[in-house]
Design a protein around this ligand. Structure first.
Ligand SMILES: Cc1cc2nc3c(=O)[nH]c(=O)nc-3n(C[C@H](O)[C@H](O)[C@H](O)COP(=O)(O)OP(=O)(O)OC[C@H]3O[C@@H](n4cnc5c(N)ncnc54)[C@H](O)[C@@H]3O)c2cc1C
Length: 423
């Protein structure tokens, strides 16, 4: 059988590598006419970082990619919470520094994509990844008479046939629209983001992920994603502000400093001058925080959805890419195990739909940044003297642990779980 993978993002590439590992043939059809890797900020400053949490890193490790990814990433040591006045609230070690068997990596998206695509081309052959193939429709023989399965059509007039179509085509998924034609646009719940990268000096441990301040008064997320030989780093940051602004959902919409800088101009803390970091950005992009409501089903016969096509989520717990990776691994495992393609796709949906939507719902209100909301509410947005008077360490730790359970990266549970793809 040959699986048709629509979309060559994090989910599609992980699926291709996992199917290959499971001994199943596939081809990836990507809409983009060309892939431009953002190899260095001097060459192409666009793009943002991404955090690969230990549950995602376990899967990428089992695909043999850990070393290649670590070589171009920063291994995150700790996750730190501050209020908007720069006062320390809480921190916890992350990845191997927290005793996990797998690291947490902060990486440039271009670097992640480059490593994954290189592996796909090496292992599956250069023809396995086809550019310029924008899926517009699919057709499957519902009578079950035609065992060849399903056909996918592309905007250039070509088509491909295979045993199944997996829609890994992101938040604006064409495959999802074909399965659920009456769904509206992505849901905006009033948080706008400005994302940027700045080359600067390391701060705190040199590998600290920081979230500071609450959405009503401006929240900042910062982490380094690349080390340079001269000791500087590429700092990836996201400014999140509650706002009615809902700019078009375009990854590359340029952001304007004057639209959000005033909220952060006095944030010059001794551990990091956030205001200067924003002013010195090599690029700024604007993006509304959007997701979609859960669907009743992803699968119809030999067609299913995966990653953001199935469950786009607010980027509040560093988890959208991780959940796409988990989907891909579970689906490859099901295709290897089950007697038929239809039963494999059904088993995949049964295993993944509920857990993925639990994360979508948690990310609307109970993401790891729920700690910052509590501090903001209890202090009435005033600087506190002692954090213990606002929130106890046990409550802080419980909030952080709860999110790990929902998102599937509790340390012991992750260590004990059987591999998703048996070799
Ligand atoms: C600001 C921000 C920060 C984030 N940070 C993190 C983080 O730290 N950690 C994390 O795990 N996740 C993070 N995420 C989420 C993560 O980026 C997504 O969940 C992840 O990219 C989903 O992968 P995907 O493969 O499903 O979709 P995508 O990465 O969007 O890939 C979809 C692919 O399909 C292609 N395509 C689209 N339409 C078609 C078509 N019709 N035919 C063929 N191909 C098509 C696209 O060109 C694209 O290559 C963040 C998201 C945002 C917005």
């Amino acid at each position: 059988m040959s699986i048709l993978v629509v979309g060559g993002g994090i989910g599609g590439l992980t699926l291709a590598l996992s199917l290959h590992q499971a001994g199943i043939a596939c081809r990836v059809f990507e809409a983009a006419p060309e892939i431009v890797f953002e190899a260095a900020p001097e060459i192409k400053p666009l793009g943002v970082g991404i955090n690969l949490l230990p549950h995602a890193m376990r899967e990428l490790t089992e695909l043999g990619l850990q070393e290649r990814l670590a070589a171009v990433a920063v291994e995150t040591k700790e996750f730190c919470y501050y209020d908007r006045f720069g006062r320390f609230i809480y921190k916890e070690p992350r990845g191997r520094f927290a005793g996990y068997d797998w690291p947490q990596l902060s990486i440039h998206r271009g670097d992640l994509h480059a490593v994954m695509l290189e592996a796909v081309r090496e292992r599956l052959g250069p023809d396995s990844f086809v550019l310029g193939k924008k899926c517009t429709s699919f057709a499957q023989d519902k009578s079950g008479v035609d065992k060849s399965g399903v056909r996918v059509d592309f905007s250039d007039g070509s088509s491909a046939s295979g045993a199944a179509v997996i829609g890994c085509d992101g938040i604006h998924s064409a495959v999802r629209k074909l399965l659920h034609p009456n769904e509206g646009p992505p849901a905006y719940q009033g948080i706008n983001m400005w994302r940027g990268v700045t080359r600067g000096q390391p701060y705190l441990s040199g590998a600290s992920m920081v979230i500071a301040g609450w959405l009503e008064v401006g929240k900042m997320v910062v982490y380094p994603i690349r080390n340079f030989p001269d000791g500087t780093q590429l700092l990836n940051w996201v400014a999140e502000i509650q706002s009615t602004r809902n700019a078009m959902q375009d990854w590359n919409l340029a952001g304007r400093l004057e639209d959000f800088y005033p909220v952060f101009e006095d944030r010059t803390h001794d551990w990091l001058d956030i205001a200067a970091m924003i002013r010195n950005a090599t690029s700024i992009l604007e993006y509304p925080m959007v997701d979609r409501d859960p669907l009743p089903f992803w699968t119809q016969g030999r067609v299913t959805l995966l990653g953001d096509a199935a469950h786009p989520m607010h980027p509040r717990g560093s988890n959208g890419g991780g959940q796409a990776i988990l989907d891909a691994r579970v689906l490859a495992g099901c295709l290897r195990r089950e007697a038929s393609v239809e039963s494999a796709l059904a088993a995949y949906e049964k295993a993944r739909l509920e857990p993925a939507y639990e994360v979508v719902i948690a990310n609307r209100s109970q993401g790891p940044d729920a700690i910052l909301r509590k501090v903001h509410e209890r202090t009435g947005d005033k600087p506190f003297e002692r954090i213990e008077d606002v929130i106890g360490n046990d409550e802080l730790a419980a909030l952080a642990e709860n999110y790990k359970r929902i998102a599937g990266f509790e340390r012991e549970a992750l260590r004990q779980r059987a591999p998703l793809v048996q070799q």
